[in-house]
Design a protein around this ligand. Structure first.
Ligand SMILES: [Mg+2]
Length: 406
C-alpha cells in the first residue's frame, strides 16, 4: 500500500491507535521483527522494526505488554508516548528487550507522523543535511558463514572477500579479523589478525576503508594489543575492542591508538551514552535505532554526541526497515558518517520491503526518497512465507572448554 498520495492532514488532531501488531520474518541468522501500528484512520499505519536476535519471543511479548499503554492514544504525540513506554510500568525501559520493543514502536510512530504531514522523516527534523550517504557492507554481504566463520588463519580468504566487496561497488567494508581469545594469550592470535588485515589492505589498496569488529571478544589487555598491532593499517574504525561495560578500558585503548574506536550498539539509554562519551570511550558512536529507544532517544543521543564531537555510524545488521530508519536518521544528522547495511543475508530481502530511497549500486551511495515517513512498503504475504524459526545457535568456547564471547 503506497500512502504518498493520501492526505491525512485533516485528521491530525483526532486520531487514535487501535492496534499494534508484530510480524516476524525468519531471515536465517535473525528473525526480523516488524512492528505495525494501526490507527483508526483508514489506510494510516506505521511500520517499525524491533529485531533482536535470540530474544524474538521476549520482544514480541514486550510489545504486547506496551500495547496496553498505547491503544486509544494519539499516535502523533510521540514524545508523550515514549515517556509513557519508558516510565509507566515502573521498570524503566533500559533493558535491551524492553528498549528494543519501545524502539520498534517509536519508529512506527514517526513513520505515521511523516505520513500525516506527507514528508519523509528527515524533513520533520529540519530537512536533509547532506545529498547522499555512503553504505558499508560486511564481508560476504551479510552471509552468515562469510562474515562470522572465515577463519583468521586464512588471510587469503579475507583478501578475496574484500575484493568482492569492492567489486560490488562498496568503498568501505567491515570484517571480523580478530579471533576469540582467552583473557590473556600470546602472539599467535595477534599475528593472525595482523595477517588478515595486511592481506585485505594489500588486496584493496589505500582508497578503500576497512573496518574491524572485535565483537567485544577481547579482554582489555588483548584489545589493547590488537588495536596497537592493527593501527598501522589505517582502519576506518576499530569496533568493540573489549566489553562495552569496560569504559575505562575503552578510553585507554582509544587514547593509545590513532585508529578511531567505535562502540555503542549495546547501549540503550541516554545516560549510558553520556558515561561512554564522558570517558571518551569512542570516536564513533554506533547507537542502534532499533535498540536505543528509536528516533526519539537517538536524536537526544546525537545531540549529546555533538557536544563531544563524536561521529555517528548506527549499528544496523538487521532487516530492511532498520536500514530505512538509519538512512532517514543520517539525512538529518550532521555527524552521521556512514550507513551499515547487509544486502546478501537472504536472497529474498527485497521481496519483503520496498524502499523509497535510491541506491547507486556502482558506488553504494544512497540518495533520499520522497515517500513520507520511512518510505517503506511492506509485503505481509512475503513475510508469511518465512515464519519464525529459532535463530541459528552461535556458541564460542576457548580451547580449554571455557565459555567465550561470540
Ligand atoms: Mg558490532
Amino acid at each position: 500500500m503506497i500512502l504518498a498520495s493520501q492526505d491525512f492532514s485533516s485528521w491530525k488532531n483526532n486520531m487514535k491507535i487501535t492496534a499494534i501488531e508484530t510480524h516476524v520474518c525468519h531471515a536465517r541468522m535473525r528473525n526480523w521483527i516488524f512492528v505495525k501500528v494501526i490507527t483508526d484512520q483508514p489506510g494510516l499505519i506505521g511500520w517499525g522494526e524491533a529485531t533482536l536476535e535470540w530474544h524474538t519471543r521476549g520482544v514480541v511479548g514486550s510489545i504486547q505488554d506496551l500495547s496496553e499503554l498505547l491503544i486509544g492514544e494519539d499516535p502523533t504525540r510521540i514524545e508523550h508516548l515514549w515517556q509513557m513506554m519508558w516510565r509507566q510500568h515502573f521498570w524503566h525501559g533500559s533493558g535491551v528487550v524492553r528498549s528494543t520493543a519501545i524502539s520498534g514502536i517509536d519508529l512506527a510512530l514517526w513513520d505515521i507522523l511523516g505520513k500525516v504531514h506527507g514528508v519523509p522523516c528527515h524533513r520533520l527534523w529540519g530537512g536533509p543535511v547532506r545529498d547522499s550517504i555512503r553504505m558499508y557492507c560486511h564481508l560476504g554481504g551479510g552471509n552468515l558463514e562469510s562474515f562470522y566463520e572465515t577463519p583468521v588463519d586464512n588471510a587469503r580468504q579475507f583478501a578475496d572477500l574484500a575484493q568482492q566487496a569492492v567489486a560490488d561497488g562498496f568503498s568501505a567494508f567491515k570484517s571480523m579479523a580478530v579471533p576469540p581469545t582467552m583473557p590473556v594469550e600470546g602472539l599467535k592470535a595477534i599475528k593472525a589478525a595482523d595477517a588478515c588485515v595486511a592481506a585485505m589492505r594489500e588486496a584493496v589498496g589505500d582508497d578503500i576503508d576497512i573496518m574491524v569488529d572485535c565483537h567485544a571478544r577481547p579482554s582489555p589487555a588483548m584489545g589493547m594489543q590488537f588495536a596497537k598491532a592493527l593501527d598501522q593499517y589505517g582502519l576506518y574504525f576499530f569496533e568493540e575492542p573489549c566489553w562495552p561495560e569496560s569504559l575505562d578500558s575503552l578510553a585507554a585503548i582509544n587514547a593509545a591508538v590513532t585508529t578511531p574506536i567505535a562502540t555503542g550498539e549495546r547501549l540503550t539509554h541516554l545516560a549510558a551514552f553520556r558515561n561512554l562519551f564522558e570517558a571518551r570511550g569512542c570516536e564513533i558512536c554506533q547507537l542502534d535505532l532499533t535498540h536505543c529507544g528509536g528516533f526519539t532517544e537517538a536524536r537526544r543521543i546525537a545531540a549529546l554526541a555533538d557536544a563531544y564531537r563524536i561521529a555517528l555510524a548506527p549499528h544496523n545488521p538487521q532487516g530492511p526497515i532498520s536500514t530505512a530508519a538509519s538512512l532517514e536518521f543520517g539525512f538529518s544528522q550532521p555527524s552521521y558518517i556512514i550507513c551499515e547495511a547487509v544486502h546478501q543475508d537472504v536472497p529474498w530481502r527485497s521481496d519483503v520491503v520496498q524502499e523509497s530511497y535510491v541506491v547507486d549500486e556502482a558506488t553504494r551511495t544512497v540518495t533520499p526518497g520522497t515517500a513520507p515517513g520511512l518510505g517503506v512498503t511492506v509485503d505481509e504475504d512475503e513475510i508469511r512465507k518465512h515464519p519464525f524459526q529459532q535463530e541459528l545457535a552461535q556458541r564460542v568456547f576457548y580451547s580449554d572448554g571455557a565459555v567465550g564471547d561470540w
